[in-house]
Design a protein. Structure first.
Length: 304
């Protein structure tokens, strides 16, 4: 049989489930890092393929690496190729390539934020993004507060003219209760609660999202999902990716802190909570919180 040397084709786009987003610019602080390349870029690519990004959407990457727009786009292309596991859909790519921009600079340099304001205004005019901006903090936690402070000082959190401005913060949100409260207070001085999105990307994983449907909409499991029929629950977090270039991060943050207070607590609470009164975010959060309040830490039994 003749062998083909053709590249594999991109698979069919996923169905559009959900509402298309507003026109906006996504500013990624830390755009040359691991989180951006491995998770954010593939997520944006998949949203674009599913038709869920507004036609008036753009990305502005900010990081220390001295890259031009063109070099940044090449990295984005490589990230899609590497992490989406298929060849890049050329229509989506052409659209992406015209709306990805890059601003090099150091977060500690106050001059960076004046340049950011200029770049945002220019991209906004070119792409009609209605001055809606959101800032994604793909940066080390020590920068969360200082970067948002500078964004706000430059008027870039203001929502006076009918547009919105938001900030997205990945875990770790502080390294203990005190530091989490301090970060919260700092942010709330700079932005309204509704402008702050504290996120855990684990909640976007399909298996995690399926837990609720599996538990509450499944006539076989729902009646037996309780302590009378379940002896114990074991949660295994099986990672396919090793430490790779993230040794510095894990050494500083701690592996337990990286997984347990966020991802694993989410899994525990989704597995054990009572049915929420609706699937509204606050209703689900309230039921999850009840489980966390009910958990009692037991002393670890030592065998030696
Ligand atoms: N990676 C993950 O899977 C993951 C998952 C969940 C949460 N997170 C969180 O996401 C954040 C980022 O993690 P990461 O793994 O992406 O880290 P990373 O690979 O070290 O990337 C950090 C980024 O920040 C930039 N940067 C660092 N210091 C800077 C400065 N002073 N001025 C300007 N840019 C600076 C780096 O730019 P240069 O490269 O140009 O220096 C790089 O683009 C961390 O808070 C982490 O906890 C990561």
């Amino acid at each position: 049989m003749a062998q083909t040397t053709e590249e594999p084709k991109a698979t069919a786009p996923p169905p559009r489930i959900g509402k298309q987003g507003d026109p906006c610019i996504m500013v990624i602080f830390g755009a040359a890092g691991d989180l951006t390349g491995r998770l954010l870029i593939p997520a944006l690519y998949n949203l674009a393929r599913a038709g869920l990004l507004s036609k008036e959407f753009a990305v502005l990457g900010v990081a220390r690496a001295q890259l031009s727009d063109e070099e940044f786009r090449k990295r984005v292309y490589e990230d899609i190729k590497t992490y989406c596991g298929e060849c890049v859909d050329s229509d989506v790519w052409d659209w992406f390539a015209s709306r990805f921009f890059y601003l090099p600079g150091d977060f500690n340099d106050k001059g960076l934020y004046a340049k950011l304001k200029e770049s945002l205004s220019k991209i906004d005019q070119e792409h009609s993004t209605h001055q809606n901006f959101f800032y994604y903090m793909a940066v080390a936690p020590k920068y969360f507060g200082p970067v948002v402070e500078q964004i706000a000082a430059n008027g870039l959190m203001d929502q006076n003219d009918g547009h919105w401005r938001r900030v997205v913060i990945e875990k770790p949100f502080g390294h203990d209760l005190e530091s989490a409260k301090a970060l919260n207070q700092q942010l709330l001085k700079l932005a309204d609660e509704k402008q702050i999105y504290r996120i855990d990307h684990y909640l976007g994983k399909e298996t995690v999202q399926n837990i609720m449907a599996f538990r509450f909409a499944n006539g076989i499991f729902e009646p037996v999902w309780n302590r009378r029929y379940i002896d114990h629950v074991q949660i295994s977090v099986a990672e396919t990716v090793g430490v790779e270039g993230r040794g510095g991060y894990f050494d500083q943050a701690g592996t337990l802190r990286d997984m347990v207070p966020n991802h694993i607590m989410q899994l525990i609470s989704l597995t054990a909570m009572e049915p929420p009164i609706s699937f509204d975010a606050n209703a689900v959060r309230d039921e999850q919180a009840k489980i966390l309040h009910a958990i009692r830490a037991r002393p670890i039994r030592r065998w030696n």
